[in-house]
Design a protein around this ligand. Sequence first.
Ligand code: 5AD
Ligand code: FES
Length: 345
Amino acid sequence: MINGLIDKLKTNRDLSDDELREIIDSGDYDGELRAAADEVRRAHYGDKVFLRGLIEFTNYCKNNCYYCGIRAGNPTAERYRLTKEQIMECCEEGYALGYRTFVLQGGEDPYFTDDILCDIVAAIRKKYPDCAITLSIGEKPRESYQRYFDAGANRFLLRHETANPAHYAKLHPDNMSSENRKRCLRDLKEIGYQVGSGFMVGSPYQTTDDLIADLRFLQELQPDMIGIGPYITHAATPFRDMPSGSAELTLRMLSILRLMFPYALLPATTALGTITADGREQGLKAGGNVVMPNLSPVSVRKKYDLYENKICTGEESAQCRGCLERRVKSAGYRVVTDRGDVRRP
Ligand code: 5AD
Ligand code: FES
């Protein structure tokens, strides 16, 4: 145990690789780390927790990521697509529940061409001029990202998953690369999107050095949002025998992120709430300031099956909203309904 390490991280918003390794590999700092993260979070955002209404609009995907339950190669996945009308209904319901950010998330589904996506984005933009529209639809050519932006999208979520190209290659087939993922993220930033990135904690073959590489990549990218959650095993994937990541290490990384990126939007993710019952509450206490309640129609929720035992698949949107409000309150924070744009120093 090295005295003063957490203070140093808090003051400098940075540490050497060796110092980060010390904190990541040891549980000894967790108490102090979490307290410091909460202090910094309260200094920047008070007790506010922002809501992002998540609409999972397709689970078709042309990719074959080895960890993901909706990979193309999973024949047991029951596929669905929402229509434009269904997506608009989700937004309507979300708006009434107080959401001012809609996140359209889906697999990389060729059915949703740029024309179709732009038509949907433009319709939401027209009906809800006061709302942020976030896309989370994977890797595209720069021109496509530009078209969605011009149609009215303002934010984009694309996790880099792991910054180490060799580790990335162990999680994905040969037709995907860490380089292209990073190219996408840089394009998105240059176009003017508010960008969210992030990684899984405890993914197969991940080392402490990989986690440090993730932090270094994020320092370079300077994203507005950073989403992390534990890797969770899915039986219908090639990683069926790989153990899930832990809540403990996810929370530790979340607190480190809060100290390194005081301004950032850090969600307490659904995966964290899945791996342990009060995971999201703990995530908020560890520095998180965003929750992403599910707005998808209940009829399709179980089918958006990225990992096993995903929570929030049986509840109506209004129930999810109420449930989260209670959880946020019980953790000592307060749900707010503004758009929650990032506040950079
Ligand atoms: N466990 C945890 N997270 C997963 N994701 C995909 N599959 C899994 C899994 N098995 C995450 C990825 C992706 C996000 C939408 O969900 O990080 O970017
Ligand atoms: Fe969705 Fe609790 S947050 S049911």
